[in-house]
Write a protein that binds this ligand. Structure first.
Ligand SMILES: [Zn+2]
Length: 214
């Protein structure tokens, strides 16, 4: 991967944001259900006073286009539904993404179910992509994690995960009964995990100009 080392910093696998994406089991829900993906290569522009969101670039390895990271955002409705990866609206190919370890295990175990439909699903998904990338807005105003937003986002994610994992998955899928201690440990662990997720999102995706350059 060729890039200008004096202008950009490359986030490698040991970057906390990247590592967290791979390890946190809860993020398998984001990947599999919501289709939220993180590209394998993220470049961050050095030495500018822009916000981190504005300094983030995602290179397409197929056509070498350097996409502004804000192309994939909540306000563009392109942050989710990226199950097959990030779509390059320049060459029409897919920018490779990281994969969460839990997602990987779930995909391997369930492969006999989805394997036969993968190509047709991917074709259908690809055909839908160009329409999603018309009329993009590239600014950094819609950060749900800014200010104290990370607490709200983190806690709602944590409680959602508590409900899904402790109340649904463990009793129904893993046949573990719901007990006082299981509820208590879930109520502590998931919101804490959610908060750490929210904080990392605030810290590493889009920080406001004021907080970053104080
Ligand atoms: Zn491309």
């Amino acid at each position: 991967m060729q890039y200008n080392k004096t202008q950009y910093k490359l986030w490698r696998w040991w970057h906390p944001m990247v590592l967290h994406w791979i390890i946190n089991p809860g993020l398998a829900i984001n990947e599999l259900i919501f289709g939220q993906r993180v590209p394998r290569i993220t470049l961050v522009e050095k030495n500018t006073k822009k916000t981190l969101g504005e300094r983030t670039y995602i290179p397409c390895p197929h056509c070498n286009t350097l996409h502004p990271g804000m192309k994939w955002s909540g306000q563009n409705k392109t942050a989710m539904q990226n199950w097959f990866g990030l779509y390059c609206d320049h060459c029409g190919k897919i920018i490779p993404c990281l994969i969460n370890l839990t997602t990987l295990v779930i995909l391997i175990v369930t492969a006999p179910i989805w394997y036969w439909f993968k190509e047709s699903m991917k074709r259908k998904w690809l055909a839908q992509q160009p329409a999603r990338y018309k009329n993009l807005v590239l600014n950094d105003d819609s950060n749900a994690f800014a200010g104290y937003g990370w607490i709200k986002e983190g806690l709602s994610f944590g409680f959602f995960m508590f409900f899904v994992m402790t109340i649904i998955i463990r009793p129904l899928v893993m046949q573990e009964p719901i007990t006082g201690p299981s509820i208590l440990s879930g109520l502590i662990a998931w919101p804490l995990g959610g908060l750490s997720y929210g904080y990392l999102m605030k810290r590493f995706t889009r920080v406001t100009k004021q907080s970053q350059y104080k």
